[in-house]
Design a protein around this ligand. Sequence first.
Ligand code: ZN
Ligand code: ZN
Ligand code: FE
Length: 764
Amino acid sequence: MTAAAGVTAARVRLRVEGTVQGVGFRPFVYRLAHEEGLAGHVRNDERGVLIEVEGPADALDRFAARLAADAPPLAVVQRVLREPLAAEGGDGFRILESARTGAPDALVTPDSAACAECLAELRDPADRRYRYPFTNCTNCGPRFTIVRGVPYDRALTTMAGFAMCADCRREYDDPADRRFHAQPNACPACGPRARLVDACGRDLPLDGAPDAVAAAAAAITAGRIVAVKGIGGYHLACAAADEDAVRALRARKHREHKPFALMVAGVDAARRLVSLGPREQRLLESAARPIVLARRLDGAAVAGAVAPHAPELGVLLAYTPLHHLLMDDLAAAGGPEAIVLTSGNASDEPIAYRDEDALARLAGIADRFLVHDRPIQSRTDDSVVRAVRGRDAVLRRSRGYVPSHLELPVPAARPLLACGAEQKSTFCVARGGRAWVGHHIGDLEHAAALAAYREGVAHFERLFAVRPQAVAHDLHPGYLSTAYALERDGVETVGVQHHHAHLAACLAEHGLTGPAVGAIFDGTGYGTDGTVWGGELLAGDLRGCERAGWLRPVRMPGGAAAIRQPWRMAAAWLADAFGEPQPPPAWLGAAVDARRWAAVAGIGASAEVSPLTSSVGRLFDAVGALCGLCLEATYEGEAAVELEAAATAGTARAYELGPGLDPRPALRAIAADLAAGVSVPDVAAGFHACLASATASACEAEAARRSIDLVVLSGGVFQNRLLLEATAAALARAGLRVLVPERLPPNDGGISFGQAAIAAAHSG
Ligand code: ZN
Ligand code: ZN
Ligand code: FE
């Protein structure tokens, strides 16, 4: 281990930046130095990993090259900065304690699925961690969800309260061990424990099962609903093929139609539910283990109540050792191959993650609780992704992805906070070229979500040492995120128009600043004229944009009531299309209340009660309602989901929008077709096709007028795969470059990053 005598020794300092803490990087460096016969030391500091090594020049070069090339699985080496030093001599290579100096830039890593080695131990009866649900190592396990501060050391995690036993301590201290400095390291003798309890927290009898997990598996097999404490919060689980259990879960959760996600043990089981391409398989098996949306197979063995009318199923693989044990035990007991694993909450409240709160809130829903005593610091929902046009597309960015940073195309001259929107809300902090988008918080109107939002902002400001001097926010005066921005003292506030933020988010995640034309379609966004926008054709860049076109606006009868009741939008759009209020469509029969319809169609309502909207989301509502698919929505976007599902089975009828994104001609034709008995799938397919082609044409014309060749498609409406693919294909045929959101959601979950990119561009 001594620098070889007789050869001229050189010494270098290597600063490694990227995701290099909490991922086994220092022991890897230690082994590498030994292999190359180099002396020196390595330590974590607040910017990453700092190495000094000394030895023959060729060995130093190999060592430096291998730092990135051979890095451990969870590490991401972004930069290795090299600086020559004077040789000091000395032998041996040491791992030093973490230093706390300078500006913290070290990256806290996302939670990661159990690795193959840990799973092998989990299933090995001779191993001391046999069937231990909290097994982890430097290559896997909880990270973000347990972190309370930086640097990432056990004392600053929720594992601080568990004193390691002698065996665990030996692993933790041994640089050659897979668990060297694995902060959550634990075993059955010293670590967290799983228990099966009732809603009062009292231990339940295991009824002959060897442990709590096996007893939970038996309960699920018997048709019960079991709450399972996971890595970022509580889930509710039941057998996916058990119609009674799934219906009971829906009734108790007050969740009527919104699809449930399914957990299976592995890819083979997933293949029996959904159609998987190579990209979907890679997403399923990735360390982030997101829920992957994929086309459901006919005859997939799941209860009808799992995802009524949805064209896709959301599937995820077991990711914690506890989930793996549960799935193993279900298989061993002849239980279900797939389980519903849905968020532990009632309706659309935030998911429960603190034990007492979870037991109280889920008391009326779950029959049993599979709990453990490792606290969760940050509630983190399952992420949702899918593959679109051969690329990954994140629809909810949370567990497994957060808190990885994204690069800003224009570095922020001052530290920033961007407050996001209102629903599907996220926040974002940024410093220099880096932006950290927080975990999915949900609808801020829930008091618990607002509290999580405030705590989350403070947590991220600490973790990433961002003391915001500028705070970006939506222009909507009623958003709680706007109110939060305005109550921050001593900062400059930057108001950002909602759809500009959607456009900027997509540009920025692709490392671009524009100019671009953007078709930004969503449900709701505050417009600069005070009306509700949501069908916007924008042209511009990060610094600013113009509203180049928009969907013809109509009244939203009753305002927010029109979002919950798509039939109101049908009445409003029909009245507009025919120039006067229309009677309730005969083909809808008794499904609509004629008296209420007449009142709404009259639209005598004031502008205050019934604001104008250019929202494409509301247009989808109108067509979904006209087709009789969804007159009352039980979740956001339900009419659009059902319309898309219907369209996939149809042959498109030829409809057209008028100039300036005017859907009236299409609506008149749709009404005539439906009255004549044309099938709903054909009408739905025709609606998608005409909207896609009109959108592409409008973008094309605007791009040509401005000599721009870049088009962004974003906003929540573009979660509609059919619309997105058809529009993008038409634009590509016209020779335009099409950008769509990939790493951030097209919905309002991406707004905070767009606001940050805009604020940064203005600060430069
Ligand atoms: Zn592991
Ligand atoms: Zn131990
Ligand atoms: Fe939006």
